[in-house]
Design a protein around this ligand. Structure first.
Ligand code: GAP
Length: 564
């Protein structure tokens, strides 16, 4: 952390006013790294899928989260000290003080506090545990305004726009919709530094599929990858994804596909394979919307931390938004052959609905027509209109049996969601890349970032800080920057110290302008990891660097190695 702060990766937000837990600033290098992570994510999860990316507001109207269930269920159990007034997240406090994994229910927390006579650090007693909703509330517009929430996940913006998105994809499943952006959670006591934030960055893909077709045409790319799995019974497996699906450890191919793809993405971004596992949520741990969920977890100095959640959200969200908004969010799926079926149909009596429901009569009639029933003698039904459930008696409709040719059916798509926490992944990459080694008898700190992730890709260094050396070095900086290579120039301090500076921030290559450059137009390229150098001509420098930065090729493929 000392290095990250000093070098300009991460800073405490609001530092001059004493700071506030749960908020961080990205300095120039941290911001550069996170942007590269976002672009790599786009390559994997947007460009290489039948997917698009959208951008929706971070402030949402209340209705969104009433429908999604967050207003009621997105809570943690908190405990408040009666003496000093400090509030703690109950399960974290219990884990820290008693090393017990507590269920996140009021009853379980209460029982543990009583059994172990758990006290606050100040010696005070805790009051009744209570539910604390993690969403930040706000008010939209002047005066009392309209209640709104800051979004706790980017996903809801996608569900809300589903009808438009379906049109965009010409009504055909499957398709994916991605969103990268800020999410907000008013975490109760975020004491884990950069891991538990109140404002953070997510990259989410909502992949909409036919409920009976949870497969992916490209599963073959990952099916033989061996993954480290911890299932919901805490059994560990190191098996191929294909075997995990066949043995029912992973519920279906589509979840396995995204586990495989996530794993490859994280490794490519710089998460160490030997510190990466996928852990299945236990039955009492899953979010209110999920039937199965696997977290990618990385081992860091904070222990194993969740960096990605991959959930099967079924039709939960679309169904809820359909019920609350009254919009039809189903997708028409054509059968291979049309079929003849008999079915019961509700026929609303508009002459009676009109006087009773007035402006809502049409919406009630449509909701009635959508209902599926199997009892011809049903005496009342319930429909939801404008988020309100209404009971409709038999006098307002009749039931008819009809025989129809059906071309297809309307289904509510299911959603498989890989959801990435970009801040946690960025931090994990930094931790997994940071090493100390010995170079020329001295300890060296080096950030072994993947070359394509480094915020500063190349440093150009004149060997001597004078005249021609500086002039040529600056020409080379211009040339590399025009070629789209993120380049820094540095002429202060000894060449050895400058190399160390760039090693520490993870710059993969240093280009040095030395005496020979002035004679024959060649420069040296030094590799951060091996500290080997090769000499190349200025004319080929851009091509060589581009090749090196996009691959893991050894520098010696481009010239005779030497060490100064
Ligand atoms: N849409 C699903 C969803 O939001 P989640 O597991 O709650 O699922 C997804 O969050 C990812 O977002 C997590 O795996 C984690 O990396 C990140 N995340 C969640 N809460 C966070 C917090 N308070 N600070 C930083 N990252 C967080």
């Amino acid at each position: 952390m000392e290095m990250l702060i000093r070098r300009g990766f991460l800073w405490q937000s609001f530092e001059i006013y004493g700071g506030m837990a749960g908020f961080i600033d990205y300095g120039p290098l941290g911001n550069g790294l996170r942007r590269r992570l976002e672009n790599l994510w786009r390559e994997f999860f947007v460009i290489n899928e039948r997917a698009v990316e959208i951008d929706t507001p971070t402030v949402n109207v209340e209705e969104v989260f009433v429908a999604s269930g967050h207003a009621e269920s997105f809570t943690d159990v908190a405990i408040e000290c009666q003496k000093c007034g400090k509030v703690f997240r109950a399960d974290h406090y219990i884990k820290e003080k008693l090393n017990i994994e507590a269920d996140c229910t009021i009853e379980a927390v209460k029982e543990i506090i009583e059994t172990y006579d758990l006290k606050c650090d100040c010696g005070g007693s805790f009051g009744e545990p209570f539910h604390f909703n993690l969403m930040f509330t706000t008010s939209i517009g002047p005066g009392k305004g309209k209640k709104g929430y800051l979004r706790p996940e980017t996903a809801q913006g996608i569900f809300i726009a589903f009808r438009r998105l379906l049109d965009y994809f010409r009504g055909k499943l499957p398709f994916g919709v991605a969103q990268i952006g800020r999410a907000y959670r008013n975490e109760i006591s975020p004491r884990q530094g950069v891991i538990r934030l109140r404002e953070f960055n997510q990259a989410e893909l909502e992949y909409f599929v036919h409920p009976a077709e949870k497969t992916h045409p490209n599963f073959g790319r990952y099916e033989n990858d061996v993954v480290w799995l911890v299932d919901k019974f805490d059994n560990e497996h190191r098996i191929t994804l294909r075997e995990a699906v066949e043995r029912g450890i992973i519920a279906h191919e589509l979840l396995a596909y995204f586990i495989g793809k996530t794993r490859r993405f994280l490794i490519k971004a710089g998460v160490r394979e030997d510190r990466l596992r996928f852990r299945q949520h236990k039955d009492d741990e899953r979010a209110h919307y999920a039937v199965d969920c696997w977290d990618a977890e990385a081992l860091t100095s904070y222990g194993w931390i969740e960096i990605v959640g991959i959930a099967d959200r079924t039709d939960y969200d679309l169904r809820k938004h359909m019920e609350h908004s009254g919009e039809d969010l189903r997708v028409f799926v054509q059968f291979k052959e049309p079929i003849r079926v008999k079915r019961l149909k509700i026929v609303p009596d508009l002459r009676k609905l009109g006087p009773k429901f007035r402006k809502k009569a049409k919406a009630v009639a449509e909701a009635l027509e959508r209902l599926e029933i199997d009892d011809p003698n049903v005496d009342k039904v319930r429909v939801t209109v404008d988020g309100e459930e209404v009971e409709i008696g038999r006098e307002f409709f009749r039931v008819e049996e009809v025989e129809e040719t059906i071309q297809g059916e309307k289904v509510i798509p299911h959603v498989i969601e890989p959801s990435f926490g970009l801040d946690r992944i960025t931090y994990t990459i930094l931790e997994h890349s940071f090493e100390k080694d010995t170079v020329d008898g001295e300890e060296r700190r080096v950030l072994r970032l993947k070359r394509w992730m480094a915020p500063v890709q190349v440093a150009v260094l004149p060997l001597l800080s004078k005249g021609d050396f500086i002039e040529v070095a600056k020409e080379i900086v211009e040339m590399l920057r025009s070629a789209g290579i993120y380049t820094e120039y540095d002429d202060s301090g000894s060449i050895g110290r400058r190399y160390r500076r760039f090693d520490e921030i993870g710059t993969p290559f240093c280009v040095t302008v030395d005496h020979q450059t002035l004679e024959d137009g060649t420069v040296t390229i030094r590799d951060r990891d091996t500290t080997r150098q090769v000499r190349v001509s200025r004319d080929e420098l851009v091509d060589v660097l581009k090749e090196l930065l996009s691959t893991e090729k050894d520098i010696t493929e481009f010239g005779e190695p030497f060490k100064l």
